[in-house]
Structure formats: structure tokens, C-alpha cells
Design a protein. Sequence first.
Length: 186
Amino acid sequence: MEGIFNSNFDRFGNFYANVHNTFRWHENINLQRLKNVFMKTIEKDLIARSTITIQAPVERVWEALVTPALVKQYLHGTDVESDWKVGSSVIFRGEWKGKSYEDKGEIKAIEKNKRLQYSFWSSLAGKEDSPANYVMVTYDLLPTARGTELTISADDPNADEQTKKHMEQNWDMVLQSLQKLLEATT
């Protein structure tokens, strides 16, 4: 196994060694291919991220993420439906540039005042509704001395650099709208 990892990826050597030790007995596992896929994923960080600090308590920011009336105010007039439980659906309906949409997903993780994660498919994206076309959207909240740091990440398995940049621009606008709403009412 020596020489497989260059110095930039030494920290992932333990992961690879554990996989190798676990699966070396299975002759159908191509460990070099597994390593190549893993390293390509790490090298190509195409997860869109947007972060903002909102001068409001974490509880207020959380409320804005899961309260339909508040979501509608900062998310372009979007109506959202969900019971906010793991495994439940989340549906977003609205109109964008004169075109009606219904986007959907499933709640994957929820930890009040800390994290909300759901899969997401958009009818506006022009892609078929299949698991390969779902994006994983994660909201992470962190209380700070100045309020709440909110980070949104969107992991799109089909993203390229242009898609990542476009998603980050959209999330930046959403976060600024949310910040404006919450700081005006806090």
C-alpha cells in the first residue's frame, strides 16, 4: 500500500487502510478503483455553501426555517408543507418568473436549533424526478456572540463548478432575505 497516497492525502490513508483491511478478502472489490473514486470526490468539492451571521437568537432563526408563514416571507413567496419529522415529506410550491413549481424532498435529519437536512428535487431544474437528481440540503445553526451563524450547504451529485456557483448565489440571496426579515423583527 506504500506509495498509493501522496502527501496531500495522507490524512485519508487510515480510511483507505480500514477499507482495505475490511474488504481485502473479497476478490471482487477493486480497491484501487474505490480509492480513485474517493479521492476524486475529495479533490472536487462541489458542495455549494453559503454562510451568514444573523443578529437573532438561534431559536428565532430555527423558527424561521420551519414556520411556513416565515418561510414564505424570505423564500420568494414559497409555500412549504411538512410536519418536520425524519422520513416525512417536505413540499415547496410557488411561482418563479411566471412559472408555477412544486419541489419536493424528504426530511433526512432534524435537530432542533442545530440542524435541518432534507433531500430536494426541483421541478424547475428540468431533470426527471429520480433519486439521482436529488440534492441534499443542510442547514447548520451555530449560536455566536453576535447571534446565529447559519450555513446552508447543497450537495448535488450532478454539480459542476457553474452549478455550484449558481446555487451559492441563490442561497446568498435567500440568506440575505432571511437576515433582513429576522433583524427587522428582533
